[in-house]
Design a protein around this ligand. Sequence first.
Ligand SMILES: [Cu+2]
Length: 175
Amino acid sequence: MLRLRCIVLGLLVGSSMALGGCVPAPTPLQEGAEVAVIAPTAQALAGGSAGLPVMQVHKSPSCGCCTVWVEHLRKAGFAVEVHHADNLYPLKERLGVPYGKGSCHTAVVGDYVIEGHVPADDIKQLLAQAPNAKGLALPGMPLGSPGMEVPDGRSQPYIVELIERDGSTSAFAQH
Ligand SMILES: [Cu+2]
């Protein structure tokens, strides 16, 4: 049900500037109100991904596609802490997510912000390269990106963007 709602919203917003995400809500930020620590799977650890910094994921409690993205991170070996808040706008602003580059969830890993359904491999590449930048953003919710898969396998091409220190963006990875 929630997942379907996310998919429908994803279709509506496409790759445009959807800051609202799955379930936009106007209530104030309650950062860390609910925290669930999810350890990486044993299989992922065996795969050699141990030692990655913990991901702090901020999402609304009802966002289903965000939860699927968290599962994608876990499978890739990340330990994930989930923080629930209904309004992520203040957080996005504080972390420097540029206007028009928003999505349904916002994560922090190391010194970087990760906005939206960014593939785990891109995050690992960012951490390995350690550029002097704010982080990565995948605006909107492109179909077929991690957490936005649909049963018939449809996908749309998308570009993960590097957020520079000055707030400008450039292409980081093409999918
Ligand atoms: Cu989403």
